[in-house]
Design a protein around this ligand. Structure first.
Ligand code: HEM
Length: 383
């Protein structure tokens, strides 16, 4: 039996547990999954402050969302008559239903936040500059995809919060001049949020967007490797070229060990949160009872606040111009002085402009979230 089990194990894992650097490098090269990493990495890219673990944590959250999402799919029915009751079943009948739903909800919010912070980290280090331009643009689409994944999932509980947040979000899309109304009907399958929208959002959330996101993440990680690993300072780069820099170290165990520790910490934190804090569930969606104010999901509240001043300029132009500017950035800001360092004096203008954009969005998001009351009137005290 033992010999048979050994044969099965060795048919999957062709080389033994690595005992030295040489066999670790060989293992990495022969494994499909581990091959995502280069066999050897620069020691400075292993330091926590090089990445703050944000890319790995984003990937970890995508994996946890997939696992918890598959479990939820077994019990969820994407129909207005049954969707909200599925949530109640998860809370009271399904084994581990509450904790799985909570974990899925908190992971979704965390992913929006961490992917945005990862983008900020890459920006600050100048990681979008040559030769990493295409990977930055792929990243912008990943960011967009993460928001779309979260937004489509928002509707599924079919409670008042879900229904009206998606109604507000899709109304903003309706402000696109000329094609807005067609676009809204295209995503909702109708003029208002209803049965067709729920089924569309379900398919987008559970099939189409995860497939696109996983394909994009595959490309993204492949490019990180092919672009020569993480961006490093010019000083470290020239030392590597001259052959007098610090020696490269095998990705296994040095990088893989760190990734494993981060993934375990992430899982533990998420599990603790899911055990302690329940995801909200408001009364069942009622198209006849509009909450006042009706608010979009938190990450769109800055845009909703801007759209309040002008549906087109605030709700369409500013977001579209921001995404276009992010995609064009690596082809406009091309000099490589100061890359691989955070806030270097050589990149003062770029850091200040990006910082201003973030502060601008943060201020509008805070106003939209905390300081807007019934009729979208300003409240001087958050409720
Ligand atoms: C699902 C979302 C994402 C995942 C899973 C992901 C994953 C990763 C990982 C694991 C790395 C290497 C380690 C690290 O930097 O932490 C990385 C690097 C990188 N990411 Fe992402 N990423 C995502 C979204 C983004 C976004 C939104 C952008 C920018 C718009 C971006 C741009 C980059 C670039 C340019 C690099 C190379 C950075 C460097 O050389 O320092 N990524 N990503």
């Amino acid at each position: 039996m033992k010999a048979w089990l050994r044969t099965v194990w060795e048919s999957v894992w062709r080389i033994g547990w690595p005992k030295d650097d040489r066999s670790a490098v060989k293992a990495l090269l022969q494994s499909l999954v581990l091959h995502v990493h280069p066999p050897k990495v620069r020691p400075e890219s292993l330091k926590f402050r090089a990445t703050w673990g944000l890319g790995v944590l984003s990937f970890g959250l995508l994996a946890l969302l997939t696992l918890t999402g598959i479990y939820l799919m077994f019990y969820y029915i994407p129909h207005p008559d049954a969707a909200w009751r599925s949530m109640k079943d998860l809370a009271f009948v399904v084994p581990f239903g509450v904790v799985t739903r909570n974990a899925h909800r908190w992971a979704a919010h965390a992913m929006v936040a961490l992917v945005t912070l990862h983008m900020l980290r890459v920006f600050l280090a100048g990681g979008y500059k040559p030769p990493r331009q295409a990977n930055w643009v792929a990243g912008v689409w990943l960011w967009f995809g993460t928001l779309a994944l979260s937004f489509t999932g928002y509707l599924l509980p079919w409670d008042q919060l879900a229904f009206w947040a998606v109604t507000v979000g899709s109304n903003m899309a309706g402000a696109i001049p000329g094609i807005g109304e067609h676009f809204r009907v295209l995503i909702l399958g109708d003029r208002t949020v209803g049965e067709a929208a729920l089924l569309r959002f379900y398919v987008l959330h559970c099939v189409a967007l995860p497939a696109v996101l996983f394909a994009l993440v595959g490309f993204h990680l492949f490019r990180v490797r092919k672009d020569g690993g993480l961006v490093v300072s010019e000083h470290a780069e020239s030392a590597v070229k001259a052959g007098d820099g610090p020696r490269l170290v095998p990705a296994w165990p040095h990088l893989l060990y760190r990734e494993l520790v981060l993934s375990l910490v992430l899982t533990a934190v998420l599990l603790a949160l899911a055990l302690w804090v329940d995801a909200p569930l408001e009364p069942e969606a009622d198209p006849a009872r509009t909450p006042n104010p009706a608010k979009a999901p938190w990450y769109f509240l800055g845009v909703q606040e801007l759209a309040h001043y002008s549906a087109f300029w605030g709700g369409v132009f500013v977001p579209a111009a921001t995404v276009a500017a992010l995609c064009l950035l690596p082809y406009v800001d091309t000099h490589t002085q100061g890359v691989g360092r955070y806030l270097p004096p050589e990149r003062r203008l770029a850091s200040a402009s990006f910082g201003a954009l973030l502060v601008f969005m943060a201020v509008f998001t805070v106003i939209g979230t905390l300081f807007r009351g019934p009729g979208w009137a300003l409240m001087w005290w958050p409720k």
